[in-house]
Design a protein around this ligand. Structure first.
Ligand SMILES: *Cc1c(COP(=O)(O)O)cnc(C)c1O
Length: 341
């Protein structure tokens, strides 16, 4: 049996999908400056979801940890890049829920822990360094599966979470987030044309796409902004995982109506640069721009490239003075304090 009392669980009306309240919601939706072309920028502060210094993965973890507790898990396992925000937030969830947490990470054990690793250590997680390269996702996933087998063999009951928490269960968090954004827009009296998010393992984007398909099917909301994902990893730009499949699976899991069409999915891959986690000139400019424009602190791996995509699309003339554009700030701040040699 799990050490976590089931009274921790709130049950969403979505076919009883269990949800552990971990996030501070709703997150603020802040007004930003005007972009090139006269559109107005809004920033959805999902860097302020609270748990363990916040970020987008907390929304996914509410449902993932709900599933873990229902399954009677006594430990969490997940996987990521050396400075994975997802791993740090999973460690934070483990701390709050009293679940032993194991993280499978790229790279080697450093002499001095920094950023997300330092926080994961403080939250009490065990970090397993694989020596894998920064974007060797396949090798990392195999290492996660091996560790899951190993701990199961030792008599534990792990709940093992794939990279980025991007399963249908995790995506439920961003179905809920889409509705949260649309409700906030109603209160603010704005009708945004586009919601922009940064995409890497695809679950955030898939959840938002599913949320849009759901509200479109309900027909009660006049404005259902389309999604634009800025790809920050090669896989997601090449179409892996299939965002359409993941979104469809999440809707089915929640028992929600909605059809996801191919043209609901747009991934702009122009802002990645050489590879995952390698800053570009545009991303560095976007970081400085955001720091001056709203004191928004962006990270090099994700949100700076996402914001570079927002500024670049505005410069391309995608939006006019008729448009409100929402950028979801998905977090990543601990990476800002990491010194790379
Ligand atoms: C994980 C992450 C993303 C991307 O989310 P996915 O669901 O993996 O696509 C974006 N921004 C930050 C800061 C992240 O940690």
């Amino acid at each position: 049996m799990s050490g976590v009392p089931q009274s921790h669980i709130a049950v969403e009306q979505w076919q009883g999908q269990p949800r552990v309240p971990l996030a501070t919601l709703p997150t603020p939706l802040e007004k930003g400056p005007e972009l090139t072309g006269g559109s107005r920028l809004w920033v959805k502060r999902d860097d302020l979801t609270g748990l363990g210094m916040g970020g987008n993965k907390v929304r996914k973890l509410e449902f993932l940890c709900g599933a873990a507790i229902i399954a009677g898990a006594d430990c969490l396992i997940t996987v990521g890049a050396g400075q994975s925000n997802h791993c740090r937030m999973t460690a934070a969830a483990g701390a709050v829920l009293g679940l032993e947490t194991h993280l499978v990470l790229a790279g080697d054990r450093p002499h001095v822990m920094q950023g997300n690793q330092l926080l994961s250590q403080r939250f009490g997680a065990e970090q397993h360094f694989t020596g894998a390269g920064p974007a060797e996702w396949g090798m990392l996933e195999i290492a996660r599966e091996n560790l899951t087998d190993e701990l199961t063999h030792q008599g534990l009951h792990p709940y093992s979470i794939p990279i980025g928490g991007s399963t249908a269960v995790g995506a439920l968090g961003y179905i809920a987030a889409y509705r949260e954004i649309v409700e906030q827009c109603l209160v603010l009296g704005i009708s945004p044309s586009t919601i922009v998010c940064t995409s890497s393992s695809g679950g955030t984007h898939a959840g938002l796409v599913a949320g849009r398909a759901w509200l479109r099917a309900l027909g009660t909301y006049e404005v259902v902004p389309r999604l634009l994902a800025i790809g920050v990893a090669k896989g997601v730009i090449a179409g892996f995982p299939s965002v359409r499949e993941l979104a469809t699976e999440a809707l089915a899991l929640a028992g929600l109506p909605g059809e996801v069409a191919d043209d609901d999915i747009e991934v702009d891959g122009r802002w990645l640069g050489p590879d995952y986690a390698i800053p570009t000139e545009a991303s560095q400019k976007a970081s400085v721009w955001a720091a001056h424009a709203g004191a928004w602190v962006l990270d090099d791996v994700y949100t700076a490239k996402g914001m570079a995509g927002v500024l670049g699309n505005a410069d391309d003339g995608r939006w006019t003075s008729n448009d409100d554009v929402i950028f979801i700030h998905t977090g990543g701040q601990p990476e800002v304090f990491v010194r790379h040699d």
